[in-house]
Design a binder for this molecule. Structure first.
Ligand code: SF4
Length: 80
């Protein structure tokens, strides 16, 4: 798939975008429209993008709309 300008630059390697995180195609489509294909604003509200941009690889269980702050997510991942 060609990456469009409004797509998150992490789409080629992101397991959510690549369909590895959600069983439901409908749910994946909703997430992609809200975050992955929603330009700068979309990805800047995605916790996977923000955690990854902070230098920490987000595991599969981190969803774009995780309710925790980026710092809280990173602290919790480091304590595992
Ligand atoms: S917006 Fe988030 S979920 Fe979507 S491709 Fe980027 S990092 Fe992955």
């Amino acid at each position: 798939m060609e990456i469009q300008e409004n797509f998150c630059p992490k789409t080629p390697q992101c397991p959510l975008f690549q369909g590895q995180m959600l069983a439901s195609e409908k749910a994946q489509e909703i997430y992609m429209n809200l975050f992955c294909k929603a330009g700068f604003k979309g990805r800047m509200s995605c916790k996977r993008f923000l955690v990854s941009s902070a230098g920490v690889k987000p595991p599969l269980e981190i969803m774009p709309d995780d309710s925790r702050s980026v710092e809280e997510i990173i602290v919790s991942l480091r304590s595992k």
